[in-house]
Design a protein around this ligand. Structure first.
Ligand code: GDP
Length: 309
């Protein structure tokens, strides 16, 4: 079964691991690059790397980002040289960014070097950036615009948010293989990722929503909102800033025109009728993933929703 997933970082990584543990799933991941950034002259793709490391079994699952068994000698040396170190890069992680940056400087597209890194790290699934063109998520605050990593990592998501936008999106094209992966999928999965800063930038690339609308496969999402808040991270604040209710119905509303089903937590079962009004089938289960068994179980529920459609 061909499964194509739209993915951010930490929430996505867990579900994607679950999907690859299922038999007969041939997985393609379309990853968010809206929170890419430059650190110490290196091109860093936090979401693509979280997914790559997760599927290679190399992710530091405690931290939720970067590689396990990591050391930070380079970061400490950079600090001693007076460089900013609020965005932490581990020594092993730095190798990924060095390989990527060198390839981009040679003129290789991001999609090609992303595939090279995934292959060399032993990932069997296909990982595609949403676009080879630069798209940057900007968070507008009362004190001015912040790049996403400035807002999230440097300012610890404490700034008041006025708006979220995706600079460059209007001129971006889907990376090679993205539209094909959507229209040829048996099932399209929207990972439990931040709707504003992980899925939003992917949908902002012209052509991707059209592909979702016309795709013959079953489109199923997993809600990153449980109860009236995000499981982790600033999704709630950012949805509120955009006037989107911080509920599973708010999530469904964002994807409703082309979403067939949304997997929601047992705590939100009362929202099923509201989802039905939006034309979205609610699939109710435990959605908090704290171990590999949960990841697999949730992935199976999402795939079964498609099979039983
Ligand atoms: P980021 O780029 O690292 O923020 O990664 P994502 O956007 O993929 O993940 C963040 C989102 O995942 C947040 O909105 C969380 O609410 C959601 N999330 C994280 N863990 C879980 C989980 O175990 N279950 C569900 N349902 N959502 C989760």
């Amino acid at each position: 079964m061909h499964v194509t997933a739209l993915a951010g970082g930490t929430g996505a990584a867990k579900l994607l691991r679950g999907l690859t543990a299922l038999p007969d799933v041939d997985l393609t991941v379309i990853g968010n690059t809206g929170d890419d950034t430059e650190v110490w002259g290196l091109h860093v793709c936090p979401d693509l790397d979280s997914v790559t490391y997760a599927l290679a079994g190399l992710l530091d699952v405690e931290r939720g980002w970067g590689r396990r068994d990591e050391t930070f000698h380079c970061r400490d040396a950079m600090a001693a040289l007076g460089e900013a170190t609020w965005f932490s890069i581990g020594d092993r992680d730095a190798a990924t960014h060095l390989v990527r940056t060198a390839a981009l400087r040679r003129g290789e597209p991001l999609s090609r070097v992303t595939a090279t890194i995934a292959r060399r790290l032993g990932v069997a699934s296909r990982i595609l950036p949403m676009s080879d063109d630069p798209v940057r998520t900007i968070v507008d605050t009362p004190d001015g615009p912040l790049a996403f990593q400035e807002y999230f990592v440097r300012e610890h998501a404490r700034a008041k948010v006025r708006d979220v936008r995706y600079a460059g999106a209007a001129d971006a094209r889907p990376a090679p293989g993205v539209v094909e992966a959507l229209v040829s999928a048996d099932v399209i999965v929207l990972c439990p990722s931040n709707p504003m800063t992980s899925i939003g930038p992917i949908l902002a690339v012209p052509g991707i929503v059209d592909a979702l609308r016309s795709a013959p496969g079953f489109v199923v999402g997993v809600s990153p909102i449980v109860g009236d808040r995000a499981v982790s991270g600033p999704a709630g604040e950012l949805m509120r800033a955009r006037g989107v209710p911080v509920t599973v119905a708010g999530v469904a509303q964002l994807y409703a025109p082309w979403l067939a089903a949304l997997v929601i937590d047992v705590r939100d079962r009362e929202a099923s009728a509201r989802l039905r009004d939006l034309g979205v089938r609610a699939v109710v289960t435990e959605t908090i993933m704290v171990n590999a068994a949960h990841e697999r179980a949730l992935a199976r529920v999402a795939i079964e929703a498609a099979r039983s459609a």
